[in-house]
Design a protein around this ligand. Structure first.
Ligand SMILES: Cc1cc2nc3c(=O)[nH]c(=O)nc-3n(C[C@H](O)[C@H](O)[C@H](O)COP(=O)(O)OP(=O)(O)OC[C@H]3O[C@@H](n4cnc5c(N)ncnc54)[C@H](O)[C@@H]3O)c2cc1C
Length: 379
């Protein structure tokens, strides 16, 4: 066993950490209040080439392994979960399918500029009445001449307001459940695509989330992101482990920020004539928070390492996402308690961590769904 990061990975992690301390953390609160897409840090991150870090050089990528990618996500989330979420959408879910299954022309037109941050790509799976149950989506893709006619409504779509292209889940066979789902490249410029209301959210407010309406949208047959129909779930399974470990990494970053903030506050805040960190009750909280974070980090890194070894493990990836996101929820709750009344004040960062952590419980699969999956793998 070797628990060390390589020299290259450590140097990259430090570079992202320095960037976050200088460019993200100081404006995180302001971005949260603006509730708008975070163009400023996003463009700087694009300029550093980090949006394409996990893709091949042929498309302007950095050829990095999953560990390096997740270290970036972890560090960004330490500064702002909203910024990290928009970057993750652009650098993984919003671009991966076109990278793997788009035509060369589509890649040159959409992927290459997306990795430079010039075009925005997002994924549109969830619907008003179907989230965890992807087989229950109602959006349809019906063959029409040399292409498909798409109709449906998507919900909770990250960065839809600023998006240029969507990877849309739609049913080519409405009767077939999961097996009827396919993925399509839908460019926003196509007639019939519109972005509906933006959802007012509890947390990750600097990451915009909206409804997307697809009304008689015609797309050519080559926009089906696979060789044949009925492959959507299989394509998705191809990156599900990566999405889960990435969400685990986001959880680590947010948890680290909450722990650091708690430690600082506990050393500064005085009660009964001494800093509150001198009270054993507070020390035990901090010890428990730090221990759970380290356990989560070990699990997320192990799941990531398995992916890089070419032996991804669905159960371990699900456990990593489950444990890391639940750890984040636990730690941010303890943070607000350590802050006392100031954990309830909008001028301190504890409340933002508390709000933002809730997102981690849904994105990448809910805890209930993950537990069901893990249990299935046990038997
Ligand atoms: C901030 C944010 C951004 C998002 N961005 C995107 C995006 O960009 N693109 C996109 O497509 N989606 C996005 N989503 C949607 C997200 O993927 C879904 O919220 C998630 O899949 C859960 O679906 P749901 O909210 O409809 O919950 P539901 O599936 O309705 O679940 C409701 C509850 O029932 C439980 N439940 C459901 N089924 C079962 C079962 N079989 N067994 C046990 N319990 C069950 C769930 O665990 C949960 O507790 C985003 C969500 C949020 C909050």
């Amino acid at each position: 066993m070797d628990f060390k990061l390589t020299e290259e990975q450590e140097m990259f992690r430090q570079a992202v950490a320095d960037f976050v301390d200088k460019e993200v953390t100081p404006i995180a609160e302001e971005l949260d209040e603006q509730e708008a897409f975070t163009w400023e840090p996003f463009r700087k991150i694009a300029g550093l080439g980090w949006l394409g870090i996990r893709y091949s050089e042929a498309y302007g990528g950095g050829e990095a392994d999953t560990m390096t990618y997740n270290l970036m996500c972890e560090e960004l989330a330490r500064g702002s979960l909203a910024v990290a979420a928009t970057v993750a959408m652009q650098s993984l879910m919003g671009t991966d399918f076109i990278y793997r299954f788009g035509t060369e022309e589509q890649k040159q037109k959409w992927l290459v500029p997306a990795l430079r941050g010039e075009k925005i790509g997002v994924i549109a799976m969830t619907e008003p009445e179907a989230g965890s149950d992807l087989g229950g989506i109602r959006t349809t893709a019906v063959r029409d001449g040399g292409g498909y006619l798409i109709n449906g409504t998507k919900m909770w779509i990250t960065s839809a307001t600023v998006a240029d292209f969507f990877t849309v889940a739609a049913k080519t066979d409405p009767e077939a459940g999961f097996r009827g789902v396919d993925l399509f490249l839908v460019e926003k410029e196509r007639e019939g695509v519109s972005v509906g209301r933006q959802i007012k959210k509890l947390g990750t407010r600097a990451s915009e989330t909206s409804e997307v309406i697809l009304e008689n949208v015609w797309i050519p047959a080559e926009n089906l992101l696979s060789d044949e129909e009925g492959q959507g779930m299989m394509l998705l399974r191809g990156i599900l482990n990566q999405i889960r470990v990435m969400t685990g990494a986001l959880s680590l970053g947010l948890t680290q920020a909450a722990l650091d903030s708690s430690l600082r506050y506990a050393q500064e805040r005085q009660a009964f004539g001494r800093p509150i960190i001198k009270f054993q009750a507070i020390q035990h909280k901090l010890a428990e928070m730090a221990t759970r974070l380290e356990a989560a980090r070990s699990l997320v890194y192990r799941a990531t390492w398995l992916i890089d070894e070419g032996t991804p493990d669905t159960k371990i990836s699900a456990m990593a996402k489950l444990f890391a996101s639940e750890t984040a929820a636990y730690v941010v709750d303890e943070t607000t308690r350590i802050f006392g009344a100031y954990g309830y004040a909008m001028e301190y960062d504890a409340q933002r961590y508390f709000r933002d952590a809730r997102f981690l419980l849904y994105g990448g699969g809910t805890s209930e769904i993950l537990k069901t999956m893990i249990a299935r793998e046990l038997t």
